[in-house]
Design a protein around this ligand. Structure first.
Ligand SMILES: *[C@@H]1O[C@H](CO)[C@@H](O)[C@H](O)[C@H]1NC(C)=O
Ligand SMILES: *[C@@H]1O[C@H](CO)[C@@H](O)[C@H](O)[C@H]1NC(C)=O
Ligand SMILES: *[C@@H]1O[C@H](CO)[C@@H](O)[C@H](O)[C@H]1NC(C)=O
Ligand SMILES: *[C@@H]1O[C@H](CO)[C@@H](O)[C@H](O)[C@H]1NC(C)=O
Ligand SMILES: *[C@@H]1O[C@H](CO)[C@@H](O)[C@H](O)[C@H]1NC(C)=O
Length: 591
């Protein structure tokens, strides 16, 4: 039996996974979540309620429901525990509240980054009485536009019932991504027009995009269900399936050959130059073509001159990873002004036998995230390009290194110690990756090679996305040539990228789904028993990777949505952040 089929959970039963927002819905249901009495100072109770109206929830989360924080004096700690992500284009939050008898309140705010966001403004006084009629107050969260930063906002509401000494503290947590005004970034971030696209999911109206997501979750589930049925049929004809595979691979491979031995031969073709990738169509504007390879070494060096530093400032220590021509070192960078100050770094470099094309590729690909600032991105900081020396690319150090290698290590450790890394930790990593990707999407940067191998991690479990320079060399099994001389991460690619060479934020979302799968399987190879030449046909037929053992249905549903055939149907990164954050909170609440 083949393992790579969606809709077949580990148990082998056919079931459609519940929508990923299930857990959030739990919080929205009146009686589902644990609540504790709080405002019971007077025997009858003041009947305080505080909630987000249906309109507000729809605006923020795309769901049709009210979200109660306090309902008739009962506090939902579950609802309060959500650190709600405010869409970056949303500046106002609305809270609805009232009390039946006298309740005094004090309202205060904390913001963790005043450079990025001013103090929130409210249209009620900071201290007073909770209104006796149903009223709305408004909180304004405005970014200053000075820096890029995610801002944590804490709204604190202290309620006092009938002047007693006791009061109840309610903390509402919000997060919002603030961005520098775009003009400045356009010039600093990336100077290549080709690497940006017109498509910008974050600028799209929030209500429609969240609705689209809500609908697409439904569509996804329907698709998964359909796939499951098709699968059941195919199961009965598994003998025929083998013949089918052969004919599909014959039609999909450009040479009309099925090559079972690609795993051993593809490596030889790593990073061979290729000027003209055949591109068959550009159906829409948001598509980017691959033109990395027309750059010469001189041009590549010229592009990084401004971040070049003297080779003397860099000391190489251990080799962390090694390929046939590339290497990653742990390095020490001496401060320019104070020679006693040192910084730890990653140093990517090449061995003597590396070709000019390989060196050019390393330099060009290293610049993918250059100039971007986000806590979940790890862009290049410096290069050494001195005459007669192999170029070196310098990135900040993350002491646990490559995420894929880290996950595989966890897998080994897990055999003896199942608690080595928790599901919640893994989801937290996924959230960080989604945050970084959301930032990239907003900046109109398409990564094109998101995968665990292109992320790094440190001992606080902070994860950063990095570029894919040298990945082809260091993880040769993850890249394949499909007869066009271009070595591509076939198993991470969306169908439209595979077939038409079309890349967009939506194809990055697809790769994110696969990355999430890598996290949940602790670094397994996706579609491991599918021939790379068959991948396109396989995806077209509706097959996807199977639900990992121990992966909750909700999480698998998130992945499956990322693999919708229609790019428009895939969720946006910001929605993924939201969805995973809720799931993360729920894991915490029930563990
Ligand atoms: C104040 O709170 C304490 C413990 O939380 C409780 O025992 C006491 O009855 C409360 N007092 C009033 C007046 O509600
Ligand atoms: C609410 O009460 C806490 C605990 O006494 C206090 O530290 C905080 O400043 C109060 N917040 C507001 C907004 O008054
Ligand atoms: C605050 O603003 C909201 C929305 O703009 C409005 O509905 C509400 O009446 C205002 N409240 C006060 C006290 O002005
Ligand atoms: C408020 O407290 C006073 C005594 O402290 C009591 O007489 C009164 O009934 C209380 N009011 C309410 C609405 O609980
Ligand atoms: C980028 O595109 C704009 C118009 O779309 C053009 O005016 C400009 O010259 C281009 N810049 C580069 C570096 O290609």
């Amino acid at each position: 039996m083949r393992a790579g089929w969606a809709g077949v959970p580990g148990t082998g039963g056919l079931r459609a996974p519940p929508p990923p927002l299930l857990l959030l819905l739990l919080a929205l249901l009146p009686a589902a979540a644990p609540r504790s009495p709080a405002l019971a100072a007077s025997p009858t109770g003041p009947s305080v309620s505080l909630y987000l109206s249906e309109d507000e929830v729809r605006r923020l989360l795309g769901l049709d429901a009210e979200l109660y924080y306090v309902r008739n004096d009962l506090i939902s700690h579950y609802a309060l525990s959500f650190n709600l992500l405010v869409p970056s284009e949303t500046n106002f939050l609305h809270f609805t509240w009232h009390a039946k008898s006298k309740v005094e309140y004090k309202l205060g705010f904390q913001v963790d980054n005043f450079v990025a966001m001013g103090m929130p403004q409210v249209n009620i006084s900071a201290q007073g009485e909770v209104p006796r009629t149903l009223s709305v107050f408004r909180v304004e969260l405005s970014c200053t536009g000075k820096v890029d930063s995610e801002v944590m906002i804490l709204m604190q509401l202290n309620l006092t019932v009938n002047s007693s000494k006791n009061f109840t503290v309610l903390n509402f947590k919000r997060r919002k991504m603030c961005y520098k005004k775009l003009e400045e970034v356009k010039t600093s971030a990336l100077d290549k027009n080709t690497s940006r696209t017109i498509y910008d999911p974050v600028h799209a109206a929030p209500t429609t995009s969240t609705r689209v997501f809500y609908i697409s979750v439904g569509v996804c589930c329907a698709v998964i269900f359909l796939v499951a049925i098709i699968l059941a049929v195919l199961h009965l004809h598994s003998m025929k399936r083998i013949e089918l595979d052969d004919s599909i691979s014959a039609s999909s491979s450009s040479q009309g050959l099925s090559q079972p031995s690609t795993q051993t031969t593809q490596y030889l073709r790593a990073d061979t130059p290729n000027n003209a990738t055949p591109i068959t169509s550009y159906p829409t504007l948001r598509i980017e073509k691959n033109d990395l390879r027309s750059v010469t070494l001189l041009e590549a060096k010229a592009k990084v001159k401004d971040i070049a530093i003297s080779r003397e400032r860099v000391t190489l220590k251990d080799v962390l990873q090694e390929g046939t021509f590339g290497r990653i070192f742990h390095g020490i960078l001496v401060d320019e002004k104070d020679p006693n100050k040192e910084k730890q770094t990653f140093v990517k470099t090449v061995k003597d036998q590396a070709s000019e094309v390989q060196v050019t590729m390393m330099l060009t690909e290293s610049c993918k995230l250059r100039g971007l600032h986000h806590r979940n991105l790890l862009p290049i900081t410096h290069v050494c390009i001195e005459e007669g020396e192999k170029p070196m690319v310098i990135l900040p150090y993350m002491n646990w290194g490559n995420l894929k290698l880290f996950l595989r290590q966890c897998k080994l450790v897990e055999a003896n110690n199942p608690q080595a890394i928790s599901q919640q930790d893994l989801v937290h990593m996924a959230i960080q990756i989604a945050c970084g990707m959301s930032y990239l999407a907003r900046r109109e940067v398409i990564h094109k090679d998101l995968a665990a191998r292109n992320c790094v991690i440190d001992d606080t479990l902070q994860v950063k996305i990095t570029d894919n320079a040298l990945s082809r060399d260091l993880f040769p099994m993850d890249y394949h040539c499909l007869g066009d001389n271009e070595n591509r991460p076939v198993r991470w690619m969306a169908l439209e990228s595979l077939v038409n060479n079309e890349f967009s934020s939506a194809s990055d979302v697809w790769a994110f789904g696969v990355t999430l799968w890598e996290l949940m399987t602790l670094g397994q190879t996706p579609y491991v028993d599918i021939d790379p030449f068959e991948m396109a046909a396989y995806l077209k037929d509706g097959y996807r990777i199977a639900q990992p053992i121990n992966c909750p249905d909700e999480l698998f549903a998130v992945m499956a949505c990322c693999w919708a055939l229609d790019p428009e149907e895939r969720p946006k990164f910001q929605q993924l952040v939201q969805c995973l954050t809720e799931f993360h909170a729920a894991l915490g609440a029930y563990v």
